[in-house]
Structure formats: C-alpha cells, structure tokens
Design a protein around this ligand. Structure first.
Ligand SMILES: [Mn+2]
Length: 287
C-alpha cells in the first residue's frame, strides 16, 4: 500500500503550491500526494516537468482527484456538454502523463458538486458508461488507472455504494477502470464497511480515508481495525489517501460544507502534526 494525503487538507481553495506540498508530505512520511489535476492545465510545460522532476527525486507518487464542473459532465443530456467533458478529461490525462501521475480518481462519471436538477439515474448511467468507454482508450494508452468514486446520497444520485460502483465499472468493461471507496461516504451508505471493501475486491483501485466528520483517521469512531482486516482480505496494495477537511471558509469549505472549524484552531505546524500522527495510526491498523 502507498499512503497519501490530499493537498486540500491545508488549503481554502482547490489550488495550491504543489512543489511545497510535495516536499511537505514527503517530510511527514507519506509516499503519495493527491492533487487537483485541473490546476495542471494552467501550468506551463516547464512547470509540469519541474513538478515531475521534484516528485521523482522525492520518490513521491502523485494521484489526481477530479470533480468535473457541470459544464464538463460526461453524462449530461446535452451532447455538447458530454463532448466538452470527454475533451476535458482527455486533456487532464495528458497533463497527468507529463507529471507521471497514473491514477485519476473522483466523481468522473458526473459533475461535482451535484445540484440534483436532473436525477434520471438510468439515463445518466447509460450516457456516463458510453462516455467513459471512450475515455478508457486514453487511460489505457497512458497507463492510467481510472477510479470511479462512490459518494453519498447528498453528493450524487448515480452511485452511492460499492455494489453500484462495481456494477458501473463492469458496464464500462476495461481493466483500467476501477472504483474508489471512501470511508466517509461508506459510513453513510454501507451496511458494513468491511463487507463493502470485500465486495469491491480487485475492483478497488484507490481508497480515501477519513472519519465520519472528515477529520483525520484516529480522531473519530470509524472501525479502523475492521477496515484494515478487509483490506488484508482482498490483498489491497494500491493507494490509501487521507482526504481530511477540517478548515472552514473559501471554496473548499463551501463545496465540502464545512461550516465550523474542525481543526481546533490549528496552525500549519499543528495540522502537520495531526496528519503525521494519523499516518502512524493508519499504518498500525493496515500493515
Ligand atoms: Mn473521497
């Protein structure tokens, strides 16, 4: 397993100084940094190559976490929007290739945050599968593992559980297409988190970890022993990425619905200490 953390733990916006966070997370003991790959499209080729060189030097793996905007929804009823969505994700994967990021994860089958104006699940499912089949050619060519994230009912109507995500993935039918399970979402939707992980089995390509209130693992009540046992049962060996959100304010606080400070008024040093302690906690449960 590779242990990682999403840079937005520290930020109020979906962008940041990736060189800084690469160095920071390596220093804290992580193997993986998760980024928002939309930012890669605004970086020059020189900046992309520098980021690749720095992360390679650090021995850090980069995963890319995307919530496409509504106007780039690959499942939209509007063919022009679907086309823009396919182009957008193709451009993202090409930029990921330049920085040697080989894992794309998120609500890739829809848009995020969802506004629930069109909740025709069957139609969105079918269009999403067709678009993603097209995208898989790029993912396969670039060696990118493409992971569909099951998120809770307040964030999408398309897939809320491991069972639905696996079914969608089977409909796509590519060995590069996998699923992402997130303990925060599973805590809301699944009968049993361990069973949801076991159901995913080899389809599980990425795991997000966080407590039920999205604090770092170890600060809440999720069943980390059981989650660790399930990961051993399926011989899981891909990314385990913390996606904690504890700061209110900014676009991140708004999109994630963080309406109070959950960090204990932590400064950056305390934020670093918390995530480092959580990494040791997770390793003690998962390894
Ligand atoms: Mn997640």
């Amino acid at each position: 397993m590779k242990f990682g953390v999403f840079f937005a733990y520290w930020t109020h916006e979906w962008k940041g100084d990736y060189l800084k966070y690469a160095r920071k997370v390596r220093e804290l003991g992580f193997d993986m940094l998760e980024i928002s790959p939309g930012q890669l499209l605004n970086m020059s080729r020189q900046e992309l190559l520098e980021f690749k060189a720095v992360t390679k030097d650090l021995g850090l793996t980069i995963s890319s976490n995307l919530g496409p905007p509504k106007e780039k929804d690959v499942a939209s009823a509007d063919p022009a929007v679907r086309k823009a969505g396919i182009q957008f994700q193709t451009d993202i994967m090409r930029a990921m290739d330049l920085v040697d990021s080989r894992v794309l994860v998120g609500v890739l089958y829809s848009y995020w945050p969802c506004d629930f104006t069109d909740t025709d699940k069957a139609a969105n499912w079918e269009r999403g599968v067709a678009s993603i089949r097209e995208l898989m050619k790029t993912a396969e060519n670039l060696g990118i593992t493409y992971c569909l994230e099951a998120v809770n009912r307040f964030e999408t109507f398309i897939m809320n559980t491991s069972e639905e995500a696996v079914r969608f993935c089977k409909d796509v039918g590519s060995s590069n297409c996998k699923i992402l399970l997130d303990t925060f979402h599973m805590n809301i939707e699944e009968d049993n988190i361990g069973d949801a992980i076991r159901h995913a089995g080899d389809y599980l390509g990425h795991l997000h970890v966080g407590e039920g209130n999205r604090k770092v693992p170890g600060k809440g009540h999720l069943p980390w022993d059981e989650i660790g046992r399930a990961l051993k049962d399926i011989k899981y060996n891909a990314g385990v990425v913390m996606e904690p959100f504890v700061l209110d304010g900014g676009r991140v606080g708004h999109d994630i619905k963080v309406w109070r400070d959950l960090s204990g008024n932590a400064d950056e040093t305390k934020m670093d200490e918390d995530v480092k302690a959580s990494l040791m906690f997770l390793k003690s449960k998962f390894l």
